[in-house]
Design a protein around this ligand. Structure first.
Ligand SMILES: *Cc1c(COP(=O)(O)O)cnc(C)c1O
Length: 229
């Protein structure tokens, strides 16, 4: 396993924020080793919990920045100094109300983390990697191309497939939604119209889950209108 460390971001005097919504629990993330200053995730992806909570962590450097800022936060909602006190993370004995925390969602997040601990974090990473390999091989056997060519750079939880030539990608996703009840999305921003995105994460990262998506894609390629491009 390779981990990118020492990005030398310090020379830019900036903080390094990472969105791990689609990866936390399914792919290796080492906040300290990778010198990540702010790392956040969501309960509803790999962790299999209902949406509503977002684990977030700050490095010492990020904390220093937050606690020593010279301007006021633009909104009460994003006042991290206040939030850190409400969360009980700033070392003060007294906690002041900021909002009502989603208590029942925290119980479900806690249970999802307990399930992850039972499997073992490294085992979960390994399962996601193996299922992704299996899925990617299946896609390539079907004649589909992966958007990320370098195997080492592929995310094990989200697969981007090059939109197959001759088809309108929207026909494929609409067909699969209607016939197989599976939601596959298109690209975002610069990759809009170029790719199909498939998420296999958490409890859906399994050989049977991958087989289900492969069968749906095979069916769609057979039944969707093919132009003579
Ligand atoms: C799903 C996803 C989001 C959006 O999460 P929400 O909880 O819907 O806001 C953001 N970033 C990544 C990488 C995601 O996969």
């Amino acid at each position: 396993m390779t981990i990118t460390v020492n990005l030398r971001l310090s020379r830019y005097d900036c903080l390094f924020l990472v969105d791990s919504v689609a990866s936390m629990g399914g792919a290796p993330v080492y906040m300290d080793l990778q010198e990540i200053d702010i790392l956040y995730s969501g309960s509803q992806k790999v962790l299999n919990a209902p949406p509503g909570t977002a684990p977030i962590s700050f490095s010492e450097r990020a904390c220093r920045k937050i606690f020593n800022r010279s301007t006021k936060p633009v909104s009460f909602f994003l006042d991290l100094k206040w939030l850190s006190n409400y969360w009980g993370c700033n070392g003060e004995a007294t906690r002041v109300y900021h909002h009502t925390g989603p208590v029942s969602a925290f119980y479900s997040l806690r249970e999802s983390l307990a399930i992850l601990v039972e499997e073992g974090l490294e085992h979960s990473w390994e399962r996601h990697r193996k299922v992704a390999d299996y899925f990617h091989t299946g896609l390539q056997r079907m004649g589909l191309k992966l958007f990320v060519e370098d195997k080492a750079l592929r995310l094990p939880t989200v697969t981007t497939i090059v939109a197959p030539r001759g088809y309108d990608w929207k026909d494929i996703t609409a067909y699969i939604m209607k016939k197989h009840n599976l939601e596959i999305s298109g690209g975002l921003g610069p990759s809009a119209g170029m790719v199909l995105r498939v998420g296999l994460m958490g409890c859906n990262s399994s050989v049977s889950g991958a087989d289900m998506v492969l069968a749906a894609l095979r069916d769609a390629l057979m039944h969707c209108h093919k132009s003579k491009v």
